[in-house]
Structures are given as C-alpha cells and as structure tokens.
Design a protein around this ligand. Structure first.
Ligand code: 5GP
Ligand code: MN
Length: 330
C-alpha cells in the first residue's frame, strides 16, 4: 500500500478551485468518494464543483451532499474559466478516460487533471495519477488522502466514504478487503457513521417494482459448463413492464454468483436496442478483467465489464460463451 502521490497532495493543498468527476452510471464507490471528498475539500475552504453526467440514481440519494451535484457542462466551463490558473480537476474511481461520459474529451482537456483510482487496467490518463489496483475502493484512498492532508472528515463525509467502501467490497467480503479497509471503516464509525443506517439505506430500501424485475431477470437464468457459468439478462421490455430503470438491476449479478458451483456470472443488459452492457463476476482463479479487456472494457480480476454496440443480447451471449468456457477451465 502506497501513500498518496506527493504531486497530487501538493496540487490539492495549493489549488482553490477543484472539480470532482467520476464515471457514468456511478456506483456507490464513485458517488461516495466524490461526495465524501467534496465535503473534505470544502472543510479546507476550497471551492468544489461536483460534476456528474446524469442525476443521481434514487438508490444513492440518501448520501449527504447529493443535492449539490451538477450535471450542466456550461457550468463546468464557467467554473474552469473563473478558476484560471487556480484550477485542479480530480477524476475518481474511473479506470478509463472515456468512462467520464460524453464530455470526456473536454473534461480531460481542462488541466491539470489528476486521477485517483483502484482499477487494475487503469493506464493512468491525466497529468498525474495515484492508482492502486489492490485497494478495496477509491473511498479508502480518499480517506488516506484526507489523513495526509490533515483534513477534517465530518460525519457526513464519513457516511459517504463508509457507504462507498461497503458497496465496493460487497459488504466487506471481496478479496481486496484488507486490515486497512477495516481500520478505515472503524475510524469512520468512530466519526459518527451508523453502519445499520447505511445498510438500511443501501440494501433494505427498494421498490416493489425492483423485486418484480428480479423475478423476471432470474427467470432468464442459463447455466453452462457443468454449472460453472451462469448467465442472466435484462431487456428494456422487462424494465417497462415493472416500471423500473436499469439502476434497479444493481447487485442482481450477485445472486447467480452466490451459487457454489458458479465460477463466472454474466449479466447481459440491453441498455437500448442493439446496445448491450455486460457485467462479469468471477470467483476463484478466473480473471474476468482479461475477458472484458478483449472487448475494450476493463475492471478488476473478479468484477469487470464492457459494452457492445450493434449487436443483440443473443449475439453477445453467443460470442461470449466460448471465451468463458475456456476461462472456467483454469
Ligand atoms: P459493473 O459490472 O458493476 O458495471 O462493473 C464492474 C467493474 O468493471 C467496475 O469496476 C467497473 O468500473 C468496470 N467496468 C464496467 N464496465 C466497464 C467498461 O466498459 N470499461 C472499463 N474500463 N471498465 C468497466
Ligand atoms: Mn470503485
């Protein structure tokens, strides 16, 4: 485990106007890291811009500071122009520049941009980066950055960081969960986080529509290769029928993954007709980040993803299956 990159620490110390950005379809770690760091930086008297491509999913609206998120690119330009030389952009939890969304080229054109991330495939775009692939979460790194800066972590920031760590570790279960992860989580609890409250908000606060959607998605389950590969899918029709959105499918992939024989779980998501988002989860020795990388995606050894345009869900399943059959032989 490393300390925050010194150039990053100096930049955060000296710059007054800081823009925070993360990947599209932000998960708990992306949002929690962004909102937690925003609060920490404001405590240091910084002017902070919380940028997201889209409004926050209802799943995460309980996170303190959500209301201050802005999605307007015009406002970003104004912020950058006003900041002049006193500007810093921080990109959090984003393994690849294009995952910043449709304005990624413009966002990475605002200098300096520094990257804080824990994705294995992150080659380190931007003007500087602090990337540690074995870390449980970006939020754990944000906590260490705050410690290095000697900054205060309020209860609100602690809640954001705790929710982020909890979601990205599968509730402290994945192999990246280290002693340090628990030490950080413990300190966040000492700063006022109520784990039960965060867990209720994250995992016991769903709509009935989501449960109905889960019924439909689980009905699509296919098992292959002596029950080592599990595939589920969601289509736009299912979302329409259950009055849900794609965000409601968060964590569905953990259900087939939890079957003891399963080594790779696949979730095929029809984002729009002929646009498929693929989530991959692995257990044991399988490395699904390599599979995702073959299709221009990425992620971690045991959790990765990619997108395919111009092909149906069925076609994606058909080209992916032989590759996965190979992968589960190891
Ligand atoms: P999820 O299946 O939850 O969407 O993503 C699992 C992991 O893979 C996350 O760490 C996510 O950042 C990464 N990931 C998902 N899709 C992509 C992608 O298209 N490109 C890259 N580089 N990483 C992805
Ligand atoms: Mn993360």
């Amino acid at each position: 485990m490393k300390s925050p990159d010194p150039a990053l620490v100096t930049a955060v110390r000296t710059k007054k106007h800081i823009l925070l950005a993360t990947h599209f379809n932000p998960d708990g770690d992306a949002l929690g890291s962004l909102l937690g760091l925003a609060d920490i930086l404001e405590g240091m008297d910084k002017r902070v811009f919380r940028y997201l491509e889209e409004p926050v999913s209802p799943l995460y609206r309980f996170l303190p500071g959500c209301g201050q998120i802005q999605t307007d690119m015009h406002k970003v330009r104004e912020f950058v122009a006003q900041a002049g030389e006193d500007y810093l952009g921080l990109c959090l939890d984003c393994g690849d520049a294009y995952r910043l969304g449709r304005h990624h080229s413009e966002l990475i054109g605002f200098h300096p941009l520094m990257v804080i991330d824990h994705h294995k495939g992150n080659a380190g775009f931007g003007d500087g980066s602090w990337i540690e692939p074995h870390r449980s979460s970006t939020a754990e790194m944000v906590y260490d950055l705050a410690m290095t800066l000697g900054a205060e972590i309020t209860t609100k920031a602690s809640e954001c960081l705790f929710a982020a760590i909890s979601t990205d570790t599968g509730s402290f279960r994945y192999e990246s969960t280290s002693g340090h992860t628990f030490a950080v989580a413990g300190d966040l609890v000492n700063r006022g986080v109520k784990p039960e409250q965060i867990a209720n908000n994250l995992y016991d606060n769903y709509t009935l529509g989501r449960l109905r959607l889960m019924q439909e998605v689980l009905a699509t389950l296919e098992m292959h290769e002596r029950d080592r590969i599990a595939i589920i899918r969601v289509t736009q029709k299912m979302l329409e029928r259950t009055f849900t959105t794609m965000e409601d499918t968060e964590y569905f992939i953990n259900l087939p993954r939890a079957v003891s024989s399963v080594r790779v779980a696949v979730f095929l998501k029809e984002v729009e007709p002929l646009h498929v988002s693929v989530s991959l989860r692995a257990k044991g020795k399988c490395d699904v980040s390599l599979v995702a990388a073959q299709f221009g995606g990425g992620g971690h050894r045991n959790a990765s993803g990619f997108r395919v345009k111009g092909q149906s869900v069925e076609a994606v399943r058909d080209f992916l299956l032989p590759i996965l059959r190979q992968e589960v032989q190891v």
